[in-house]
Design a protein around this ligand. Structure first.
Ligand SMILES: [Zn+2]
Length: 260
């Protein structure tokens, strides 16, 4: 603390001889450095996330596709069981015809009664098979409808999926160039910043979650959200000194965030 109560932590009298413009420039360089460092972090996180996004897009597409597959398999099963029941019915009708023919050959009433019973049983069995066939045909109709719905769902989803996947692939293509550009900016900016300022910047960045330079607006530090002493806030607006937040120690600058 200086006698007027502000934190003139980084002023270097020798360099300030050149005027305030040196400090103003340094502050603006530190702000730019922070922007590029934060951007680099964001890009790196994104770079890791993009391949994961591709995997989850592919998985979702397969999941939607598998619903159609499942219904198609059910359809095949039903078709097979329909064929089997039709075969059974055909055989049942033939057997019934044979039994009815035998009716003509019987000689005694007792035999006749027994044959009639046999015909009745065969007719009952055939009717059961017919009922089952009707049931299977109904199920086939339903499943055809279901397949149609699922196929429409899949083709609609395919459009979204392909568009999104293409977007992610494009991002993956450009992200390395973006990262490189950012890293080059960082190199250029660092060259122009005073060594002591840089040391301070790197030190705070290391312990403050990558955030060393923050704006202050309405008297509140953008890093720790604590109030800055009024006198310091006034000094900050004149940007005559490189000031650090008394609470989180981050380098602070005055910025009218409301205009952004
Ligand atoms: Zn703070």
């Amino acid at each position: 603390m200086t006698k007027n109560g502000t934190f003139r932590l980084f002023t270097k009298p020798s360099k300030l001889k050149g005027g305030e413009s040196f400090l103003k420039e340094q502050i603006s360089l530190l702000i730019k450095l922070q922007k590029n460092d934060s951007e680099t972090e964001r890009i790196k996180i994104n770079k890791k996330k993009l391949p994961e996004r591709i995997i989850s897009l592919d998985e979702e597409f397969r999941r939607v596709g598998s619903k159609v597959e499942k219904e198609r398999k059910n359809f095949e099963k039903l078709k097979k069981s329909h064929g089997e029941e039709e075969e059974k019915l055909k055989r049942g009708i033939e057997n019934l015809k044979k039994t009815k023919n035998k009716l003509l050959e019987v000689k005694t009433n007792k035999e006749y009664q027994a044959m009639l019973k046999e015909v009745e049983i065969a007719e009952g069995r055939n009717s059961e098979v017919e009922d089952r066939i009707i049931g299977v045909l109904e199920e086939i109709d339903n499943i055809k409808e279901e397949i149609k719905i699922r196929e429409e769902e899949l083709s609609a989803y395919r459009l979204t999926y392909e568009k999104e996947r293409h977007g992610v692939e494009k991002d993956m293509d450009s992200i390395d160039a973006e990262l490189l550009a950012c890293q080059k900016n960082i190199g250029d900016i660092r060259e122009k910043i005073d060594a002591d300022f840089l040391k301070k910047y790197d030190g705070i960045k290391g312990i403050r979650n990558g955030l060393a330079v923050v704006p202050v607006w309405n008297g509140v530090c953008g890093g720790c959200h604590m109030n800055i002493p009024p006198q310091m806030y006034n000094e900050l607006q004149r940007s005559e000194n490189l000031i650090s937040c008394p609470n989180c120690n981050r380098i602070i600058y005055w910025a009218d965030i409301s205009k952004k």
